[in-house]
Design a protein around this ligand. Structure first.
Ligand code: PGA
Length: 252
């Protein structure tokens, strides 16, 4: 069985005060699963040590180095030390704005797994690539190059986030059916790359997910939750998104 997830990606947003307010409003909340949030590095420790929230916290990126003379880097080793649980890797903003490549993602994935941090590896095509009919080819390349010779011992160690670049922060969402087609393809690829349990690796969707479209997305056979940017910044919206996953799990 593939697990369901709801992951907030706060990107370069939130302050110490706005985070305290956000987390305070979740103090009484209980969900049947554990929603996850990726704040900026500088807020991680604050989030993790804010007790009684229903969340697990992780980072938006991670260094491919371990420790030592690497000015400005934050590595999996130190994320583990403060009890972070996961890291996003390969977000399209890192690919395009920071020129990060699959070769680098491969190293980052290895480094997270060696520290027992869950990996949320993001893939997705640009609008041009979709219009040229290259979506599946691009996704396959992004998966293969980053995951080659990665060894994992169970399906919980990696989550794949499919985020069509043209749908991120634009208000445009892939239709649930369009997304599901790509998710099904990723599911097949996971089974090829990790023959023993690849079929059980969760695949979540990202790109303008909000309370109004989450239910339809969750109804798709191969969509196991969402990676949410904008709508994860507002406590009310993020709560509705988490409740939608709960509702889905109740019926399942
Ligand atoms: P969005 O961002 O929900 O604001 O489109 C998603 C993401 O970039 O992970």
């Amino acid at each position: 069985m593939r697990k369901k997830y709801m992951i907030g990606n706060w990107k370069l947003n939130q302050t110490v005060a706005s985070i305290n307010e956000f987390l305070d409003s979740f103090k009484q909340k209980k969900y049947t699963f554990t929603p996850m949030i990726a704040p900026q590095f500088i807020h991680l420790y604050q989030c993790i040590n804010n007790v009684d929230t229903p969340f697990e916290f992780g980072s938006q990126t991670v260094s491919h180095f371990d420790k030592g003379a690497y000015t400005g880097e934050v590595s999996a080793y130190f994320l583990k030390d403060i009890n972070a649980k996961f890291s996003l890797i390969g977000h399209s903003e890192r690919r395009t704005l920071l020129y990060e490549s699959e070769k680098l993602f491969h190293k980052k994935i290895k480094s997270c797994l060696s520290e027992d941090l869950q990996v949320v590896y993001c893939v997705g095509e640009t609008l041009k690539q979709r219009e040229e009919g290259k979506t599946l080819e691009i996704i396959q390349e992004q998966l293969q190059k980053a995951l080659i010779e990665i060894s994992v011992s169970n399906s919980d160690q990696i989550i794949i986030a499919y985020e069509p670049v043209w749908a991120i922060g634009t208000g445009k969402t892939a239709t649930p059916q369009e997304a599901n087609e790509v998710h099904q393809f990723i599911n097949q690829k996971m089974a090829e790359i990790f023959p023993t349990f690849g079929k059980n690796i969760s695949i979540i969707y990202g790109g303008s997910v909000k309370p109004t479209n989450i239910e339809e997305l969750l109804q798709q056979d191969f969509i196991d939750g969402a990676l949410v940017g904008g709508a994860s910044l507002k406590a009310d919206d993020f709560n509705l998104l988490c409740e939608a996953v709960d509702k889905y799990l109740e019926k399942a």
